[in-house]
Design a protein around this ligand. Structure first.
Ligand SMILES: [Ca+2]
Ligand SMILES: [Ca+2]
Ligand SMILES: [Ca+2]
Length: 403
């Protein structure tokens, strides 16, 4: 629709010049319907927010509104708190529109404060010096869909006390959290493979008890790179299902835990919340502890599928390698992709294809693929995937007992 409007000229981008010097900080309320951020008449008091104004994208009627962000007038100025919150049946969506790479700088952003709010980011750079809260109070529903662009925030809380959803639909989304990334009791998270979240001094916290609601964790790589003066707690959240691939599904498993990026990373496993039955354990598909980095298990159980890099220090216990049962890429299906991984890395030390962990890709790894062959090339629905993983785990247990 937006493109249509632009092409037909029914909506013309006009940046309204504000005469005179910048005024004092104000409370700015959206009073327009769906329209552009920089149109003066959409605001009460009139004028595009800037200069640490407190911004309310709120409404209480049945109209669905989208506020398209367009800011060439004050690209370097900050707003104080931006709140996106609809109390009526209509939706309130704040959209960082595709093709307009305009920066948004805020002390804080609340998506769903007491009611419901939606943030759709296709483009542009969001910088938050304090808290980005998605689903703040108990009555709120917040949704943050990130399709591109960048986010730099001190804190990101997905589901503070309310329902908060984070959906990352494009691996090009550039995300850095510098103080805390938390998922609350009603937080949900989905992501596409290849998603990376940079943790530059950030605690990782989970308060939920349903691993399936945070399935995105299994797709994301968390890169801890806070430097020498920083040690980041990491909440251990999964159910201890033993050294089996079943631990990777619906169980708070993280796709990649990487220590060391632009700087070294130091992480200490922590148990602040009882997320799962029994003592919590953490599953990680790809574990990398780079030279100079330190991972402190702190007495907790950490399972991993592939040790990508172990040049750094691992203290406080020893991580346990999961028997991947032929599932080289840990996607819950043993199929042609796993076979290709083994054959294309034949006679190398490739850690992904080295299924049995004997440091060479050979007939033993090929046998693991063949013996656990599950579905011939087809994708299977999630429940079946979990079942296959569980069966695979059971098979592994039987083999272990036979040894
Ligand atoms: Ca826990
Ligand atoms: Ca597989
Ligand atoms: Ca091997």
């Amino acid at each position: 629709m937006l493109k249509t409007l632009l092409l037909t000229g029914t909506l013309t981008l006009v940046t309204v010049a504000r005469p005179g010097p910048a005024g004092a900080m104000e409370d700015k309320y959206w009073v327009g319907d769906s329209s552009w951020w920089d149109y003066e008449e959409n605001w009460d008091p009139p004028g595009q927010p800037h200069n640490f104004d407190t911004v309310y994208l709120v409404q209480n009627d049945a109209v669905d509104r989208t506020v398209w962000y367009y800011n060439t007038e004050y690209p370097d100025e900050w707003v104080n708190l931006l709140t996106i919150d609809a109390s009526g049946p209509g939706t309130m969506t704040f959209e960082m529109t595709s093709g307009f790479d305009h920066p948004l700088k805020a002390n804080g952003v609340t998506v769903g404060g007491e009611y419901a709010g939606i943030l759709e980011q296709y483009s542009g750079d969001v910088t938050v010096s304090g808290e980005l809260k998605v689903g703040d109070s108990a009555t709120s529903i917040g949704t943050y869909d990130m399709h591109g662009g960048s986010l730099r925030t001190a804190d990101m809380h997905v589901g503070c006390d309310g329902e908060g959803a984070l959906h990352i639909t494009n691996a090009s989304a550039d995300i850095t959290v510098s103080n805390m990334l938390s998922f609350g009791p009603r937080g949900t998270f989905t992501a596409v493979p290849g998603t990376v979240i940079h943790m530059t001094g950030a605690t990782f916290a989970i308060e939920g008890t349903d691993g399936g609601s945070l399935a995105g964790l299994g797709k994301v790589e968390l890169v801890f790179e806070g430097g020498v003066g920083d040690v980041d707690p990491f909440e251990v959240a999964g159910e201890d299902r033993g050294a089996m691939v079943a631990g990777f599904f619906g169980n708070f498993a993280v796709g990649g835990l990487t220590l060391g990026g632009v700087d070294i990373g130091q992480v200490v496993l922590a148990e602040s919340f009882d997320n799962s039955p029994g003592p919590d354990a953490q599953y990680v598909k790809y574990l990398s502890v780079g030279a100079g980095s330190t991972l402190d298990l702190n007495g907790h159980t950490l399972y991993y599928g592939v040790l990508v890099d172990g040049a750094g220090a691992i203290i406080g216990g020893a991580p346990v390698r999961v028997d991947r049962c032929g599932d080289a890429d840990m996607n819950g299906v043993v199929d042609g992709l796993d076979l290709t991984a083994v054959l294309s890395n034949w006679d190398t030390t490739d850690p992904v294809a080295d299924l049995d962990g004997n440091s060479v890709v050979d007939g033993l790894d090929l046998t693991a693929v063949i013996n656990n062959w599950s579905v011939a090339g087809g994708a299977v629905p999630e429940p079946a995937t979990v079942l296959l993983a569980a069966l695979c785990g059971m098979a592994a247990a039987r083999r272990c007992r036979h040894r």
